[in-house]
Design a protein around this ligand. Structure first.
Ligand code: GLY
Length: 406
């Protein structure tokens, strides 16, 4: 039985009546329950933001924060709506997704950000994948190609990377590159395939190779920011911005690296990308401070552990990445990745992390951490946590293999 049949079976009625034995719930029931709740939550979220400008990013102090297209997270809301359209087949989500996707259009010419991949690929990319021959087809392709063309203007061949942030008066950086930037390469790989212009691919591979050389430590963990000299391409410093310390392992940074190299292996089949993805996976899965429910603390090295906040968004990104990576390795490693992702999805689907119906402002996941050192977005919902949670559920649904080792 697929998700859509299950949802019909459930009559889309969602019951959070206390006491379901979550651990014993079948995979199909878990996914159907989550998607039914997601449909309910996002209906609430759509109502909550009606008449407001922009895109919902989080909820703090009971207020939904809306952000403009220029914010790096603007694409996740339309992206989540596309995933709901995919999971339910309900035209209502397609309509809402198309509306919010169109609102991200101006990002395609925005040279001031490296996050064009996040912003455009989540909405336009998923829209094109699901509606290739629909009315949006050509316009979606054009928006994505324009975005990729804008993104490569931030590439410096001497460094071999795309510049992440712009220079700021409060930082002594010359050409900062963050590990998160791996995520924007998916747009470039798509653009190379679609346009036949290999330059997009050359830039993406150069960036991934440079990051591989300079961002990682021997144990597979990564620095958040590597700053380069744009003239000679040399590394100037390795620091953090959103983590606990320069030498610490910020959980979401590890998640972006895992996802980024899994995705780049899918796109290139370069063995060194697979090796790096496996190394990052091993660092995370075997980490002595990964909690039993597999939802990481916001930073693996926060001395406040076990009192430190968790990051449910990192868990969702890791789960989605591991499900993809499991398709590139043989058992027993493949089973290990699936088992870990399943544990994460079961934890995130429990009342400890999943919103109660109608609560959490309409977002799905609770207990994410955005930017702890700045005291921002600690223990909140985050739109990218929801996006990758839905993506992971769809990947889990499509999984061709058994979920347990034989
Ligand atoms: N890319 C910014 C973050 O992960 O918070």
């Amino acid at each position: 039985m697929n998700i859509k049949q299950k949802l019909i079976g459930l009559g889309l009625a969602f019951s959070m009546a206390a006491g379901p034995l979550y651990a014993a719930e079948t995979k199909d029931d878990l996914i159907a329950r989550d998607i039914a709740l997601a449909a309910r939550q996002y209906s609430t979220l759509l109502e909550n933001i009606e008449g407001k400008q922009g895109f919902p990013r989080t909820m703090e102090d009971g207020e939904i924060s809306m952000v403009s297209t220029r914010d790096w997270t603007s694409g996740f809301f339309p992206g989540a709506l596309w995933y709901l359209a995919e999971a339910t087949g309900d035209a209502k989500w397609r309509t809402a997704a198309a509306r919010y996707t169109a609102n991200t259009a101006s990002a395609k010419f925005d040279k001031s950000t490296h996050d064009i991949g996040f912003i455009l690929n989540c909405g336009y990319g998923n829209g094109l994948r699901l509606d290739e021959y629909g009315a949006g087809g050509i316009a979606y392709r054009d928006a994505l190609l324009a975005g990729a063309t804008t993104l490569v203007t931030r590439f410096n061949p001497k460094v071999g990377s795309i510049q992440s942030w712009n220079l700021r008066p409060d930082q002594d950086w010359k050409f900062p590159v963050i590990v998160d930037n791996m995520m924007n390469l998916e747009l470039l790989m798509w653009a190379a395939r679609t346009s036949g212009d290999s330059y997009y691919r050359d830039v993406a591979i150069a960036h991934a190779d440079t990051t591989l050389r300079n961002h990682f430590r021997p144990d597979g963990s990564s620095y958040h920011v590597v700053d380069y000299d744009p003239v000679d391409g040399k590394v100037r410093s390795r620091v953090t911005h959103q983590g606990h310390a320069d030498s610490s392992a910020w959980a979401r940074g590890q998640a972006w690296g895992l996802y980024g190299y899994s995705m780049m292996y899918r796109e290139t089949r370069k063995p060194e990308y697979l090796a790096q993805a496996n190394k990052i996976a091993s660092f995370i899965i075997n980490h002595p401070r990964l909690p039993a429910d597999k939802v990481p603390y916001w930073d693996f090295d926060d001395p406040a552990i076990p009192q430190a906040p968790r990051d449910s968004s990192a868990a969702a990104i890791i789960a989605s990445a591991l499900l993809e990576l499991s398709g590139f390795v043989e058992p027993p490693l493949a089973h290990r990745y699936i088992a870990m992702a399943e544990q994460q999805l079961r934890s995130l689907s429990s009342p400890a992390y999943l919103a109660a119906p109608g609560g959490n402002g309409g977002f799905l996941l609770m207990h994410a951490t955005g930017h702890k050192p700045a005291g921002k977005e600690v223990d909140v919902p985050l739109n990218y946590g929801d996006y990758y949670f839905l993506e992971a559920l769809l990947r889990f649904t499509a999984l061709p293999r058994p979920t347990k080792s034989p």
